[in-house]
Design a protein around this ligand. Structure first.
Ligand SMILES: Cc1cc2nc3c(=O)[nH]c(=O)nc-3n(C[C@H](O)[C@H](O)[C@H](O)COP(=O)(O)OP(=O)(O)OC[C@H]3O[C@@H](n4cnc5c(N)ncnc54)[C@H](O)[C@@H]3O)c2cc1C
Length: 456
């Protein structure tokens, strides 16, 4: 067995990027994927399901060598476009001028990553080879027929990982999964005449309705992929949307401006599955410095911060940097990664759950919109001292756990500012700046007292 052999279980988004990075460093990489080869199955011809890519994801694309190519087919979304029940629109930028998150096709991206991986002579891709389990003692991957072994095995097989399933049988393995009471269903807005976009192409559209919401992300062909997030049970819920009339009535009541955009609404609603949303946490992520879980396999999160794929890609870039720093000494790399990264995965899991409330409930709230405006102004006034939480998560590489800590401190600051009398009408003031300066002095003191250098 070659010392430089690695097995990657799962050729989804994260497994494909990891394969490319390992291949670039000269490893012999053998990939086992459960599904058929999407290149042969014509995956891209089907309807596009899209994801929001942000800075952490782009960094991995750079390392994989496809940044420019993917960027050329990605659609920048510069902010949220909120649709209220009367069809009134409010736009709120995500960041500063020139900053955006990008809508990319999941199938298109995965397919391109597979093509790239396949171009390396030291990569072997095997499809329809679902891993049943991993013999952790002998470092053997059990396949439908036979088994394979390697000194390095990576579990990138998603939220219901078989590799993790084997680890769960180990003593002292911690594992939790938490389902939201909400599910989701994908719907579709077709292109307008001549392949045009029927609603603004450069926004992520949100119809926030309290305890549920609809969102839409643009596709290159003029269409939008919509996702309805709704409780499984209760008054407004999937269990109460059974007949065509019930579905239409629900959309007429809560999303009236979508009816003429979605001529196939009822059929799509019936045909497309209702899926569940899960948060997975576990520890340890590695066994004997030889078997490692990354991506959704170790930290599946709910999609409301648009960071699931981005955080999995960041796993890949961190591992790549560690491979360089420690010259492929996995006895150093695996414990370092597996001891420090879970705190960031936990932070983004918490942030994603919190952002669900923000998206479905608060984005239509005037107080929340005021907060965002004040945050933007503070960022302009104190560019070195203040970066809003959303920007730290989306447009920076600050570790998620640090961003989350800073975000909690920002909540305290904004609570103070929003409680100032008459703030709604007059917030660009010296008094607000003074509250900020005082908060910042306190933060500085706290950091000097408590913070210790991070290992990564
Ligand atoms: C509705 C929704 C919207 C989302 N939107 C965003 C977004 O906007 N931005 C973002 O960053 N993230 C988003 N995410 C999260 C993102 O989809 C995941 O974080 C990402 O796909 C994780 O990649 P992965 O490669 O770890 O897992 P997966 O993409 O699940 O890939 C796992 C792969 O392993 C294979 N596999 C499974 N079991 C086995 C086995 N036993 N043996 C071999 N192969 C196996 C699967 O076939 C698959 O190819 C969203 C998720 C959902 C549900």
């Amino acid at each position: 067995m070659s010392e430089r052999k690695a097995i990657v279980v799962g050729a989804g988004l994260v497994g494909s990027v990891l394969t490319i990075l390992l291949a670039k460093r000269g490893y012999e990489v053998v990939v086992y994927e459960k599904r058929p080869d999407m290149r042969a199955a014509g995956f891209v011809g089907g309807r596009s399901i899209n994801l929001a890519m942000s800075d952490r994801g782009w960094k991995a694309m750079e390392q994989a060598g496809i940044h420019d190519e993917i960027k050329s087919i990605a659609i920048p979304m510069k902010g949220r476009m909120m649709h209220d029940v009367s069809g009134e629109l409010t736009f709120q930028p995500y960041g500063k001028e020139g900053q955006a998150i990008y809508s990319v096709s999941r199938g298109g991206l995965n397919l391109r990553l597979l093509e790239l991986a396949d171009a390396f002579p030291n990569v072997t891709l095997n499809f329809e080879q679902g891993t049943r389990r991993v013999d952790l003692r002998n470092k053997e991957v059990h396949l439908p027929e036979g088994k394979d072994s390697a000194p390095l095995i990576f579990g990138t097989d998603g939220a219901f990982s078989a590799v993790r399933g084997s680890m769960q049988r180990m003593p002292r393995f911690n594992y939790s999964q938490q389902y939201l009471p909400h599910g989701y269903k994908e719907l579709h807005i077709p292109p307008g005449p001549g392949g045009t976009h029927q609603i603004d192409k450069h926004s992520l559209h949100i119809w926030p309705r309290g305890h549920f919401m609809l969102i839409a992300l643009p596709n290159e062909d003029g269409s939008f992929t919509c996702t309805l997030f709704l409780p499984f049970e209760g008054k407004e819920s999937f269990e109460n949307l059974n007949t065509d009339e019930e579905i239409l009535e629900f959309f007429k009541t809560f999303f009236p401006d979508t009816l003429e955009l979605m001529p196939d609404l009822v059929n799509d609603f019936r045909d497309n599955p209702t899926s569940a949303l899960v948060t997975v946490r576990c520890k340890p992520w590695q066994v004997d410095n030889q078997v490692l879980l990354i991506g959704d396999a170790s930290h599946a999160i709910v999609p409301f911060y648009g960071q699931g794929m981005n955080s999995g890609f960041e796993d890949c870039t961190i591992l790549n940097e560690l491979m360089k720093t420690y010259e492929d000494d996995w006895d150093k790399i695996m414990p370092l990664f597996a001891n420090s990264r879970p705190q960031d995965a936990n932070a983004i899991a918490d942030l994603a759950l919190r952002n669900f409330v923000e998206m479905r409930d608060l984005v239509g709230d005037p107080q929340f919109l005021l907060r965002k405006k004040i945050e933007g102004w503070l960022q302009d006034e104190f560019p070195k001292e203040f970066l809003p939480l959303y920007s730290m998560v989306t447009f920076s590489h600050i570790p998620y756990s640090q961003a989350w800590q800073e975000g909690q401190a920002q909540d305290e600051l904004m609570e103070k500012i929003l409680a100032m009398p008459g703030i709604e009408d007059n917030w660009k003031t010296e008094e607000v700046k003074e509250v900020f300066r005082e908060w910042h002095r306190d933060r500085d003191r706290e950091e000097k007292t408590y913070s210790k250098p991070r290992e990564l």
